[in-house]
Design a protein around this ligand. Structure first.
Ligand SMILES: [Zn+2]
Length: 317
C-alpha cells in the first residue's frame, strides 16, 4: 500500500460507507459510530480538510487537500455522520447510484444485510456461499479456487480483505460473473427463507438528497445499477450506466453534476473517456494504489477507505 506522510501532500478523498447510531444498528462490517468518525477526521491536519468546491479548485494546484466522501446512498450517513460534519463546518461529497430510487433494495445492499443478519460473521457467510456455489458448479473445488486466488494474488493489495473475502469476490467477479452470481445468491438467500421484505429502509430518498444539497453538500454520480465490475463492461453499457445516473440525479437536485466515483473502484480507459464526455471535473477511485492507465489524473483521484485509516492516524497526516 502506498504510504502517506505529512511531507507527501497528495490530495485524496476519505471514503465512507456504513455508520451506526441509536436509530441505525450498523449491520455492515466496519460501520462507524459518530465518535469513531470524528476520530478518523481528527487524524487529518485541519488545514488539509476541504469541502467539495474548495477541493475541486485546489486539486489542480497540488495543495494536498483531503475531502470527505460517502458512497451508496445510506441513510446512516445523514443521521450519524452529518451532525459530526456540521460541528466541524465541513461539507462532503455524496456519491449516489440512481437505481436506489426504484422500489426494491438493490441486490448488493440486500446481500450485505442478509450476510450480517443471518450469519455470526462475514467469514461464515463467505464460506457458506462459496461452498454452496461450488456444489452447484462442481467443476472447481474450494482448494483449487483458493489456489487460483493466491496465484493471482486477487485483491491482495487491500489489507482489509480477509482470505475468504478475496475468494468470495474472485468467485463473484471472475468465475461466475454478474448474471450467474445474481442467480446463485438469490437462490442461496431463498434457501435461508430470506427475501426483500426482511430488509429495513436504509437508503436516502429524494427529499434527503434535496436536504443535503440545501445544506451545502455535493452530489456526485456513482452509476445507475451499481454493477460489481463496471470497468469490465463495454463502453456503451458504461455510458448508459453513467449518463442515466447523472440525468436522474440532476433532475432531483436541479443543477449540473460535476463529480463521480466508480462503483467498487472498477474502471478502465473507457470510463475515463466517458468522464470527459459527461462534463465531469473530478472522479474518484477506491484506493491509493498506483494506476496502470495513462489518464488525466483528475479522473483517478485516490481515496482511502476509513478501514485503512487507523494505520495512518498514529500521527496526523
Ligand atoms: Zn458503491
Amino acid at each position: 500500500m502506498k504510504s502517506l506522510s505529512a511531507s507527501e501532500r497528495t490530495a485524496f478523498g476519505l471514503m465512507f460507507h456504513h455508520f451506526s447510531g441509536p436509530t441505525d444498528p450498523g449491520y455492515a462490517k466496519g460501520s462507524l459510530s459518530s465518535e469513531q468518525f470524528l476520530s478518523v477526521l481528527k487524524g487529518i491536519d485541519t488545514d488539509r480538510l476541504a469541502s467539495p468546491n474548495v477541493f475541486r479548485e485546489s486539486y489542480f494546484d497540488n495543495q494536498g487537500d483531503v475531502c470527505v466522501t460517502f458512497d451508496d446512498n445510506l441513510k446512516s450517513q445523514l443521521s450519524v455522520a452529518i451532525p459530526v460534519l456540521e460541528k466541524l463546518g465541513l461539507k462532503a461529497f455524496f456519491f449516489l447510484y440512481s437505481g436506489a430510487f426504484e422500489d426494491t433494495l438493490p441486490l448488493f445492499e440486500l446481500v450485505r444485510y442478509f450476510a450480517s443478519s443471518q450469519f455470526d460473521s462475514v467469514e461464515r457467510f463467505n464460506s457458506a456461499f462459496i461452498n454452496s456455489a461450488i456444489k452447484q458448479s462442481s467443476d472447481i473445488s474450494y482448494k483449487e479456487l483458493a489456489g487460483q486466488v493466491s496465484e493471482v494474488d486477487y485483491l491482495g493489495e487491500f489489507s482489509f480483505y480477509s482470505q475468504s473475502d478475496r475468494i468470495y469476490r474472485y468467485l463473484r467477479d471472475v468465475i461466475l460473473g454478474q448474471e450467474l452470481f445474481e442467480a446463485r445468491i438469490v437462490s442461496f438467500m431463498k434457501d435461508y427463507g430470506f427475501d426483500q421484505s426482511f430488509a429495513p429502509n436504509i437508503l436516502l430518498d429524494r427529499d434527503d438528497i434535496r436536504y443535503l444539497v440545501k445544506s451545502g453538500h455535493e452530489i456526485g454520480f456513482h452509476s445507475h445499477s451499481h454493477p460489481t465490475s463496471l470497468g469490465r463492461l463495454d463502453i456503451d453499457s458504461q455510458r448508459l450506466e453513467y449518463s442515466k445516473s447523472k440525468k436522474i440525479l440532476e433532475d432531483i437536485v436541479n443543477r449540473p453534476i460535476w463529480s463521480c466515483s466508480y462503483p467498487n473502484g472498477s474502471y478502465d480507459e473507457s470510463s475515463l473517456a466517458l468522464m470527459g464526455e459527461l462534463d465531469v471535473d473530478i472522479a474518484f477511485r477506491s484506493s491509493p494504489l498506483p494506476s496502470d492507465l495513462k489518464s488525466k489524473p483528475q479522473y483517478e483521484i485516490d481515496r482511502i477507505d476509513h478501514v485503512d485509516m487507523p494505520i495512518y492516524s498514529r500521527s496526523k497526516i
